[in-house]
Every structure is written in C-alpha cells, then in structure tokens.
Design a protein around this ligand. Structure first.
Ligand SMILES: [Mg+2]
Length: 232
C-alpha cells in the first residue's frame, strides 16, 4: 500500500521548462547574433548535448562550471561571445534573475497535493538540484508544504543513484515499497525509483505514449492522474 509520495521538483511540481524559456529568451536578446525561436533555444539548452548537468549530478562538475559550459555551447551554436569567468558571472546574473522571475508551479500541483493530503498521504521532495535552492524555489511557487528531503548536494551526487532514494525514504519515514516516486524523466526518475524498491511513476506531460517504458513503471500525463495511480 502506498502511504507516501516523493516528488521530483523541476518539471514535475514546478514549470521549470517555462522558467528556462523565459531566461533563455532574455539572455538571447542580449548576447546572441542569431535569433533562434524560444522553443528551439529551450530545446537546445535542455538537451544539454555535452551532458554537463548529468556530470554535475554525478559529482563531477560544480553547478557553476556545468552552467558556464552550457552557456558557452549556446553561444558557439548561435553566435555569441565566448564567456570567460567575469563575463560568465555577468551573464549568469541576468540569466538567474530572469529564471527566478519565471518560477511557477504547474497548475495541477496544488490540487494534487490537496488530494493526497485529504487521503492522508505523506509528501516530500527529492531533487537533482541543490537543497537550499530547491527549498527557495518551492517557497516562491507557493509549494513550501512539500518538505525538501534530499538534494544533489546532500550526498554529493544525485539520481539515479539508489542511495539517494534510500535516504529520501528514510527521511520520509516509510519503507521504499510504501512510497510512490513521481518525476518527469523516465530513466533517472521512474525507472531509478522502481529499481530502488519504490513505485516508479513517470510524469509524461508532453508525450503521446509512443515511447515505451518498463512494465514496473506507471505512466501518467498529469499530476491530476497521480492520486489514482497511488491507489492501484
Ligand atoms: Mg525533473
């Protein structure tokens, strides 16, 4: 029986994609010669072809270094200046301000939390970003009722490492098999949670279901469907 739900933060509870889109549009206007569409530049950023964010979640790159590399890759593709340390700091001030201005909860987050609370289901958050930063983000989005439990800096590495999920379960106070974990990334969220003994739920907000997933992972397309999925 599921007694608790652990949430991923970015693109699960919070519309981080929208915030990145806003921030990238802002820096593109200031720095880039080419004029990629907001969709294109957001896709390029999120695809992170160099794998820098995942290197960060493995403990191999600092947050600053991964973002600086991604900024310079963006500039190389779309015709912006190469950023040295000082230029990057200025770039990141603009980017970070716009990013934080863009933080919003997904509209289905609060109704989902209300439904879980009504059912007596405990909740918490586990994220591959820094703990204090995610607490700040949740509060800015009106979601401080969801306690942050584990960030990428808690153990020095993040999902999909099973130790991250084990610590989340311990801090939530339930056994892994009593917990459903929901996140938007199939591999590092749902599959990794299932491998850690939890019910892995893949939040596929934009997909059409044509991408397959393992049988032990449940696919939902919104948080509205989550409460039902935790009672299966
Ligand atoms: Mg996410």
């Amino acid at each position: 029986m599921i007694r608790a739900v652990l949430f991923d933060v970015d693109d699960t509870l919070v519309d981080t994609r929208g915030a990145f889109r806003y921030a990238l549009t802002s820096v593109a206007a200031a720095y880039l010669n080419a004029a990629p569409s907001a969709d294109e530049i957001t896709l390029t950023w999120r695809t992170d072809a160099g794998g820098h964010y995942r290197a960060h979640t493995r403990g191999e790159l600092s947050h600053r270094e991964q973002r600086k590399r991604r900024a310079n890759e963006l500039h190389a593709i779309y015709g912006g200046p190469e950023l040295d340390d000082d230029a990057y700091d200025a770039w990141n001030r603009d980017f970070e301000q716009a990013f934080q201005d863009g933080w919003r909860a997904h509209p289905d987050a609060v109704p989902c939390l209300d439904a879980l609370e009504a059912a007596g289901t405990a909740v918490g958050a586990l994220s591959n970003a820094a703990f204090a930063y995610q607490e700040q983000k949740l509060a800015a989005c009106g979601l401080s009722r969801v306690p942050m439990l584990v960030g990428v800096d808690t153990l020095g590495f993040g999902k999909p490492d099973p130790r991250v999920f084990a610590l989340g379960a311990e801090r939530l106070g339930f056994a892994p098999e009593e917990i459903a974990y929901v996140g938007d990334e199939l591999d590092i969220d749902a599959v990794a949670a299932a491998q850690a003994g939890m019910r892995g739920i893949w939040l596929d907000r934009t997909g059409d279901g044509s991408v397959g997933h393992p049988a032990d992972v449940i696919r939902v397309t919104s948080l509205t469907d989550l409460a039902a999925a935790t009672t299966i």
